[in-house]
Design a binder for this molecule. Structure first.
Ligand code: DGL
Length: 208
């Protein structure tokens, strides 16, 4: 494979996630760029990534990216906040193609937030990562952040069966902290979570 193979515009765009969460991004991409072709890869055998170590996640991210590069993608979207935090830097060092990552949408959420109390619902691994901590340091120093990692909600989405009473109760109990803390804006810092939130606009990461 030559170094400049990805300049061929007819090639597909590759994206991956630990599971089906990244499909929320694929949906948005298809609306924005309907003429492109896409390859979507889900690492369901190893999902959820959230409770795993950074080393393990980085190893899986490299394996997923390598698979996509072998399929000849012209660009790659790491459709997973957790994977981005663990290894997007390494990916950019290894592969010559454009690589786009995800991060919890603190910046637009801060603009939307009125009471300076912001909620962040993400995975444990994202919340513990250096990348996220640096982001907070950079943009959210003046806010009161209420953070929660939820592997339960990721697992619920992966079952595909989240529109029933039992699921509603789990969602409510996982979100109870945010209510208690009276946040006025919530960042969905995991690509699985927009599935819970049907919204008219295409921007899915930060909600009010
Ligand atoms: N969808 C992923 C994210 O955006 C992670 C879910 C998981 O595997 O824990 O962080």
């Amino acid at each position: 494979m030559t170094k400049a193979y990805h300049k061929d515009q007819s090639l597909p765009i590759g994206l991956f996630d630990s599971g089906i969460g990244g499909l929320s991004l694929l949906k948005a991409l298809r609306l924005e760029l309907p003429k492109e072709n896409y390859i979507y890869l889900a690492d369901t055998r190893h999902a959820p990534y959230g409770p795993q170590s950074e080393e393990f996640i980085a190893q899986r991210v490299l394996a997923m990216a390598n698979f996509l590069v072998q399929k000849k993608v012209k660009a790659m979207l790491v459709a997973c906040n957790t994977a981005t935090a663990a290894a997007v830097k390494q990916l950019r060092e290894i592969y010559p193609i454009p690589i786009i990552g995800l991060e919890p949408a603190l910046k637009p959420a801060i603009e939307a937030c009125k009471n300076k109390r912001l909620g962040v619902l993400a995975t444990e691994a994202t919340l513990q990562s250096e990348k996220y901590k640096n982001l907070k340091q950079k943009v959210a120093k003046d806010l009161y952040l209420v953070e929660k990692g939820s592997k339960e909600l990721v697992e619920l989405i992966e079952t595909g069966d989240y529109q029933n009473e039992q699921a509603r109760q789990l969602i409510e109990s996982e979100l109870a902290l945010f209510k208690l803390e009276e946040i006025d804006t919530l960042v969905l810092g995991c690509s699985h979570f927009p599935f819970f939130y049907q919204k008219k606009s295409k921007k899915s990461s930060a909600i009010r």
